[in-house]
Write a protein that binds this ligand. Structure first.
Ligand SMILES: CC(C)(COP(=O)(O)OP(=O)(O)OC[C@H]1O[C@@H](n2cnc3c(N)ncnc32)[C@H](O)[C@@H]1OP(=O)(O)O)[C@@H](O)C(=O)NCCC(=O)NCCS
Length: 324
């Protein structure tokens, strides 16, 4: 089995900043409530850029940093729940944009855990020798599916994306282990409908809920439990314990969820990288954006042991253990 390492990272956020104050002009809410319950102060909202455009900008930064050309990439996986189209996939659009003529390209959807799932799929395919250089992206334009009249959800989400270049490696560094699990029984707690079944042969049409609808308290419970269990699970059967971990990069959904997990795991909060204050929850974009920001801030050094951990719609959760 080949070892697989993250060679580079990149991220892109739309420039348009929407503060809590701005949202309070749309729905009955206020900055204090949002900051106290979520830790979020502002988020970036697209002024027309779709997911492929966001993903493309993040991907190009990661490729430049890795000094890898599009034609050298043989696998592209994009995690998103807000693709531009049903087809072509965002991954195929990126393939065209970066000239990755030799690549297999496809999207996956595991909502906010998408990037973790995409890393696991990419790494597994590379480990068995099928591919050598992959581009793994998590990107969203959640503002397309946010119900801007629902104050319990529209305060949470933002647009953006991140990417990384994966490479097979001879050394022991890289992705050490990954863990994932899904719970479809709880799917109804966080939904966003696609198109309705509508054709000339239907007698009674059933309309789906088009926008994000969430049972916040149920998702909160799942998030806190799954974050701690995913961190514990990814360390199982490895030579590492929680004490060896230098940095945890969690899905950036809510500061209270991260604080709760830190307390449960008996870890100081500064072991967690947090950037949700001015990014919000960007679903599949969240973890790669945080990874990129931590890298740019010099918080990631060679040899560090890092855990990426996510949870989200599906319901889904998972984690990745990395030796950088
Ligand atoms: C959404 C969330 C912030 C709500 O916080 P909460 O403490 O659970 O709040 P509740 O939903 O119980 O609502 C409490 C009250 O605040 C009100 N409220 C909800 N949103 C509000 C807002 N934006 N501004 C002001 N009041 C609001 C509710 O109507 C409710 O009022 P009531 O008591 O009069 O009925 C929280 O549940 C959460 O973060 N859940 C996880 C969501 C998540 O991370 N989802 C993505 C996962 S990938």
């Amino acid at each position: 089995m080949n070892a697989v390492k993250i060679k580079s990272v990149g991220a892109y956020l739309p420039s348009n900043i929407i503060t809590n104050e701005d949202i309070s002009k749309l729905v009955e809410t206020n900055n204090e409530w949002i900051v106290e319950r979520t830790g979020i102060k502002s988020r970036r909202i697209s002024k027309g850029e779709d997911t492929s455009s966001i993903a493309n900008k993040a991907a190009k930064i990661a490729l430049d940093r890795a000094k890898v050309k599009g034609e050298d990439i043989d696998l592209i996986i994009v995690a998103t729940l807000t693709p531009d189209n049903f087809t072509p996939s965002v991954a195929c659009i990126i393939q065209k944009e970066i000239g990755a003529e030799n690549a297999t390209a496809f999207d996956i959807n595991a909502a906010c855990t998408g990037f973790i799932y995409a890393l696991e799929v990419g790494r597994s395919l590379m480990a068995v020798g099928r591919y050598k250089k992959a581009l793994i992206i998590g990107a969203e334009t959640l503002s397309k599916i946010v119900d801007w009249s629902d104050r319990s959800t529209c305060i949470l989400f933002g647009d953006g994306g991140g990417a990384c270049v994966l490479e097979t490696s001879d050394s022991k560094e890289g992705i050490i282990n990954s863990y994932s699990i899904s719970d479809g029984k709880k799917g109804e707690t966080l939904i966003a409908g696609a198109v309705d079944v509508n054709n000339p042969f239907i007698e009674e049409k059933v309309e789906k809920h088009k926008y994000i609808k969430m049972n916040g308290r149920e998702v909160f419970k799942f998030a806190t439990k799954s974050m701690t269990s995913s961190i514990e699970k990814v360390l199982e059967n490895t030579e590492y314990t929680l004490n060896d971990i230098d940095l945890i990069i969690p899905h950036q959904a809510n500061l209270r969820i991260i604080e709760y997990a830190a307390k449960k795991l008996n870890l100081p909060l500064d072991r967690f990288y947090i950037n949700l204050e001015d990014v919000g929850n960007t679903s599949a974009g969240s973890i790669p954006i945080a990874l990129n920001n931590a890298f740019e801030e010099g918080k990631i050094k060679k040899g560090m042991k890092i855990i990426l951990v996510g949870f989200g719609g599906g319901l889904t959760c998972g984690s990745t253990l990395i030796k950088w």
